[in-house]
Ligand binder design. Structure first.
Ligand code: PLP
Length: 447
């Protein structure tokens, strides 16, 4: 081969995760949206864009800057450096996040046990990278699960074992069985990943008593729990929210993953992880798992943009560090949309969700979540990417095939609808189109 000849690589020569459905899934779904820009998208789990406010971003930055000078006593050049220079790997708004967790969630955390990350996605990657010590390690995850978790696990060569979710949010008998099965096979289950509040994609939440039983089981089995909570604030009733697993955690069993994408701004790309587990290092020195995660972070993203952190910090400061207070408008819009979607499904598919299948009219069922962004619709035919493409092209409506959230290739008869990025009017149009698709598809298969 001459020096001038171009070098072609094949995917087979690269990391095995590349080309894996878990990694290509998000790109595929984005590509479909781009292919059919005029379609109503009930697919995107993005926050509602009409609430975005550029002027507020400048104000948040100023608010945080003033906090550095007025509250923390930084000299002007110190404050400028903190915002514009390379910075502390674990972040510069950790004290405000710790305060937010205390105010909104009743979680007491030492800010030193927290790492501010480039979105929750980086937090998941850091945790999985740290936990994957060798080829015997496996991760358990409640299925269906967030595809970003599966993709991150692939990148660190950590197999993901599904655990049944069911209507309780996690099937504890199955969790115990999977732990025992893994151990019997000489494997080491490092943790179980789950979303106790309005899970993506299932919308299911775990009640308080079941959370306590889960923590008891984790203690009994000596298992870590990875709690991911991007949607917990968006509950649609006015009662109290159940406590997070982390708030109930008295044994440092829970690694808590946080995201500001839905509660402040996705474009800031800021999330965090609370990792208070004790790690014994060389010479018996003990420090929080957060320090080990920071070591990995220093080799991945160095530090999270301090400018982006300052925007988040400013928004927190402007609301007494309460994201509950900062998101009253958002919560009511998402609640309104969720109710509108569920009522719209009931109108278009008048058979009750729990009605048995009839030979001439198989039932369409859907979940009725108590909050969050997502509703799962079960239909009497398999739902795949080809159907999504046809839905975008011929019916002008997009949604997400539930198959993307399972780590196998078995056909899945369900799709996920999201209410976060649309208006009630768009929901109406989208549901009319979805109903037409489902009716045609059932007729095609019956006929
Ligand atoms: C369950 C879950 N975890 C994590 C993320 C990623 O969060 P971030 O945008 O902060 O990386 C998402 C985004 O949709 C999500 O649904």
């Amino acid at each position: 081969m001459s020096a001038a000849e171009p070098v072609d690589l094949t995917v087979a020569d690269l990391h095995p995760a590349l080309g894996d459905p878990a990694l290509t899934s998000m790109n595929f779904l984005n590509e479909v949206s781009e292919r059919y820009p005029a379609a109503v998208s009930l697919a995107a789990g993005r926050p509602y864009e009409e609430f975005f406010d550029l002027a507020a971003v400048h104000r948040h930055l100023d608010t945080f800057h003033r906090h550095l000078v007025d509250d923390l006593g930084h000299r002007p050049e110190q404050a400028r450096r903190l915002l514009l220079q390379y910075g502390r790997t674990k972040g510069i708004v950790h004290h405000l996040i710790a305060r937010n967790l205390a105010v909104d969630e009743g979680i007491t955390v030492d800010p030193e046990e927290l790492v501010v990350t480039v979105g929750c996605q980086e937090a998941m990657f850091l945790v999985l990278r740290a936990l994957r010590a060798g080829p015997a390690d496996v991760l358990l995850a409640v299925a269906p699960t967030y595809v970003g978790l599966t993709g991150a696990a692939r990148l660190v060569d950590l197999p993901v074992w599904p655990v049944a979710g069911g209507s309780a949010g996690v099937d504890l008998a199955d969790l115990a069985a999977q732990v025992h099965r893994a151990r019997a096979a000489g494997l080491r289950p490092r943790a179980c990943y789950l979303m106790p509040d309005f899970a993506n994609p299932s919308g299911v939440s775990i009640d308080t008593a079941h959370r306590q039983r889960l923590l008891d089981l984790a203690a009994q089995e000596d298992l870590l729990l990875l709690e991911d909570n991007p949607y917990g604030l968006f509950h649609s009733d006015d009662g109290p929210r159940p406590p997070t697993l982390k708030a109930l955690d008295t044994g440092r069993r829970v690694v808590y993953l946080g995201s500001f994408a839905k509660t402040v701004l996705p474009g800031a790309r800021v999330g965090y992880v609370v990792a208070d587990q004790r790690v014994v290092g060389p010479g018996g020195r003990v420090g929080p798992l957060a320090d080990q995660l920071a070591m990995i972070k220093s080799m991945v993203t160095v530090n999270t943009s301090p400018i982006a952190q300052a925007v988040i910090g400013g928004r927190l400061l402007e609301h007494g560090c309460s994201l509950v207070a900062a998101n009253t408008r958002e919560r009511s819009a998402y609640t309104r949309n969720l109710r509108h979607l569920v009522a719209g499904l009931a109108r278009r598919f008048p058979a009750l969700p729990d009605q048995p299948d009839l030979p001439d009219r198989p039932a369409v069922r859907w979940t009725v979540p108590a909050g969050g962004f997502f509703v799962v619709v079960t239909v009497p035919f398999p739902v795949d990417d080809a159907l999504l493409d046809r839905s975008g092209r011929d019916y002008g409506v997009l949604w997400t095939p539930m198959a993307h959230f399972y780590d196998d290739t078995a056909p899945v008869h369900a799709l996920r609808l999201s209410v976060s990025a649309v208006t009630p009017e768009q929901i109406d149009v989208g549901l009319d189109r979805l109903a037409a698709l489902i009716t045609d598809e059932v007729a095609r298969r019956v006929g």
